[in-house]
Design a protein around this ligand. Structure first.
Ligand SMILES: [Zn+2]
Length: 274
């Protein structure tokens, strides 16, 4: 499932590929992916609109249009945004094809359809809750030690559960929570209110560190994540714990533990993490 580094990679590439481009026409596939508004309205609004900016918020990609709306994508589990030649064969399960004025197409495909496409002024999307209220951006100046302390000290949940919650820190998922916990030396199943000040500080440093490094490697293609050019990232080759249960810790050699924490498969080193 794409997390912040994968979504950031897509958003950055999309910025160079579609900002300034006008949408000429739209073809839609499965209506389940078009969450808001109904597909007919989406198809009526998009043609003629120009993309003015592309930004990311948590795991959401927002394309600001010259009509004041945002065209918003969430990649869900298996969603892909592609920019390709309009003549090329579409992937199976392509739900949106937007022909651009440079002859290319912006396409969204999603086999499992857990992703979503939204369109509207941002305030409308937020007021109607189709765009949820998100917590602090971990790569922004707002992500201070004090802010993370507020998230961690206000709950008795596990660190894993608290960091997966998009209302606390936006953009983290199963991969990068486990990676950040390993780098910080904190077990993911630790209860937040029992963390020491030093452990909270270590998490505050580790979270942006694992994200920045993953963005540099263009994200982790642990399953079917691809960028907008349909290329894989390379960060999966550098993951320390995710997907490595039972194999030796790169730092100390101890076999890594694996268990379900907060409903998700979780991997940690019982020796390096406390
Ligand atoms: Zn270890």
């Amino acid at each position: 499932m794409p997390e912040l580094p994968e979504v950031e990679t897509v958003a950055r590439d999309l910025r160079t590929a579609v900002v300034g481009r006008r949408i000429m026409s739209v073809r839609l596939g499965h209506p389940k992916v078009m969450r808001f508004p109904v597909p007919e309205v989406l198809a009526a609004i998009l043609p003629g609109r120009r993309v003015e900016a592309v930004t990311r918020s948590g795991k959401f990609i927002l394309c600001a249009l010259d009509g004041g709306e945002d065209l918003v994508f969430h990649l869900g589990m298996t969603g892909h945004l592609l920019v390709c030649d309009a003549q090329s064969e579409p992937a199976r399960h392509t739900h949106l094809r937007a022909l651009l004025d440079d002859g290319r197409e912006l396409r969204y495909d999603d086999a499992r359809r857990f992703g979503r496409i939204l369109l509207g002024p941002r305030s409308t999307l937020e007021d109607s809750r189709v765009l949820p209220v998100l917590g602090v951006e971990p790569l922004s100046d707002d992500f201070t030690a004090v802010r993370l302390d507020e998230v961690l000290r206000s709950t008795t949940r596990t660190v894993k559960a608290a960091l997966l919650d998009q209302r606390g820190v936006a953009g983290l998922g199963n991969i990068y929570v486990d990676e950040a916990c390993h780098l910080a030396g904190v077990r993911p199943q630790r209860r937040c209110h029992t963390l020491t000040r030093a452990q909270r500080a270590a998490l505050h440093a580790a979270i942006p560190a694992v994200l920045v490094s993953a963005i540099r490697n263009r994200g982790s293609s642990t399953d079917d994540y691809r960028d907008i050019w349909n290329a894989r990232g390379s960060n999966q080759e550098r993951l320390q714990v995710y997907g490595r249960g039972g194999r030796p810790c790169f730092r100390c050699g101890t076999p890594l533990k694996q268990a379900t924490v907060a409903g998700r498969t979780t991997v940690w080193c019982h020796s390096c993490q406390r």
